[in-house]
Design a protein around this ligand. Structure first.
Ligand SMILES: NC(=O)C1=CN([C@@H]2O[C@H](COP(=O)(O)OP(=O)(O)OC[C@H]3O[C@@H](n4cnc5c(N)ncnc54)[C@H](O)[C@@H]3O)[C@@H](O)[C@H]2O)C=CC1
Ligand SMILES: O=C(O)CCC(=O)C(=O)O
Length: 428
């Protein structure tokens, strides 16, 4: 099969258009919701350690804030594109709506490769980004958080710059901050755990005992690591994990058919979620091609890396054993692949439902910051489980009642909530 290229923004709009037709959404609401409301494109000059100045391109795209302040992560990636960020901003709106938290959708990104930047350069980049955007962000406007290749330290530098500019303490400006500095316990785990809460519920609905299942995972960053940890804790066996190798500029799949020891693999990965190949081989892992994660004879696939990973050619390799796909990543599946997944009768938990644990915990972080009182981890995770489980059940129920694909059912709930908000506000 020929290798097609996919634009995530086109995919996000295609998904939206399909469901807008299904629910007969009026024309004005369609036009409003199928594109972002505001876009900020900025240049960020950064003094590099060698004395030169490098200019980076950054973006913040706010899709919709009818239900509350815009919310969504900031990515650092050398191949970041404005269309990817547009798509991600749409998905953030649907995500907050499907779990019913009072927030809108936004996303940010900077084209850069943090692998090749010192911590001091990264700090200057974070501060420069906020200097460009401080007027259009803030606790009641737009609240960023970590995403691919960003972490709590980046968020703290950004918050500090925002507070310096605005002269006060505004911990609700950014979420995903380190614990003790306005961060919430459980935020590090939240997205990955949320993925597994939805998997647990999906398996219950399918009458499959999680302890009898096997899984293969794409990615080994924040989302994948904590999904792997909780899945194992619930009795599942992981046989393969793939990740990017920045030295070889390609991905590999690490396989152990006896079951992967997650702690052991974490001990040999770096802060970017890349596994040390040499050490993995010494530990007895089989080294396979990066694409092989999808070809394993497992019950569950957990794509937790990037967008456009599950394509028709990739699906040609999928094992007949696969029963469930839980999308930890944003946009891992292309619209033409959805048709194949439906035809194969694989149960799909769609991205903006499956990975909503991160933003749900970010919302809890804001609530705790507003109270200036922080909950114990057990309380955070219990509330997170409740939110994720009830959102999953509402989507599953609708999908059963109306015979809808799970992605479409999640969209019906999310779009209806946002459409109602824009109507109530008198925007359409
Ligand atoms: N961090 C969060 O709270 C949330 C993240 N997400 C989404 O989850 C996905 C992963 O995010 P994080 O874990 O935070 O990022 P991360 O930067 O911590 O990890 C990304 C992982 O993907 C791997 N990867 C990159 N390219 C790959 C390729 N071609 N093949 C195999 N592996 C590859 C990297 O090696 C790394 O292990 C992204 O789509 C992100 O937008 C969604 C919701 C919240
Ligand atoms: O925690 C957040 O606010 C957003 C996380 C995020 O970027 C995402 O869910 O894709």
């Amino acid at each position: 099969m020929e290798n097609k290229t996919y634009n995530p923004y086109v995919s996000a709009q295609t998904q939206f258009d399909n469901v807008a037709n299904l629910i007969d959404l009026d024309q004005a609401t369609r036009e409003l919701l199928r594109q972002p409301n505001k876009e900020f494109h900025v240049t960020i000059p950064v003094k590099m350690d060698d004395g030169t100045t490098k200019v980076f391109n950054g973006y913040r795209i706010q899709h919709n804030d009818a239900r509350g302040p815009a919310k969504g992560g900031i990515r650092f990636h050398p191949q970041e594109t404005v269309d990817t960020i547009r798509a991600l901003s749409l998905w953030m709106t649907w995500k907050c709506a499907v779990v019913d938290i009072p927030l809108g959708g936004a996303k940010g990104g900077i084209i850069c490769d943090p692998h090749n930047m010192s911590m001091a350069e990264q700090e200057r980049l974070c501060r420069g980004y906020v200097r460009q955007l401080s007027k259009v962000m803030g606790p009641v406007v737009d609240v960023p958080a970590p995403d691919v290749m960003t972490n709590g330290q980046h968020m703290l530098w950004m918050m500090d710059e925002y507070e310096t500019i605005n002269g006060g303490h505004y911990p609700g400006t950014i979420t995903g901050k380190p614990v003790g500095m306005g961060g919430s316990l459980g935020r590090t785990e939240a997205t990955g755990y949320g993925v597994i809460y939805t998997l647990r519920e999906a398996l219950k609905a399918l009458h499959i005992d999680i302890a009898t299942t096997t899984a293969s995972i794409q990615g080994f960053g924040n989302v994948a690591e904590y999904a792997a940890r909780l899945y194992k804790e619930l009795g599942g066996k992981i046989v393969a994990i793939s990740c990017w190798d920045n030295e070889d500029k390609r991905s590999y799949t690490y396989r152990n058919l006896n079951g992967i020891d997650v702690d052991q693999l974490v001990s040999i990965k770096n802060s970017f979620g890349s596994i040390n190949k040499q050490k993995a081989i010494e530990l007895g892992f089989e080294l396979l091609d990066g694409d092989e994660w999808i070809a394993q004879d497992v019950d569950i696939l957990l794509p937790c890396a990037l967008e456009n990973q599950i394509t028709p050619p990739a699906l040609e390799k999928i094992s007949a054993q696969v029963k469930v796909i839980c999308e930890g990543a944003n946009g891992p599946t292309t619209p033409d692949s959805d048709e194949i997944i439906k035809a194969k009768n694989i149960y799909l938990v769609p991205d903006f439902l499956c990975n909503a644990g991160g933003v749900t915990c970010s919302y809890f972080e804001q609530v705790q910051c507003n109270m200036n009182y922080f909950w114990p981890k057990e309380e955070v995770l219990e509330k997170l489980d409740q939110k994720m489980t009830s959102a999953f059940q509402a989507v599953h129920k609708l999908s059963q009642e109306k015979n809808l694909y799970m992605r479409d059912a999640a969209y019906v709930i999310a779009i209806n909530r946002v459409a109602e908000a824009v109507k109530l506000r008198g925007w359409v």
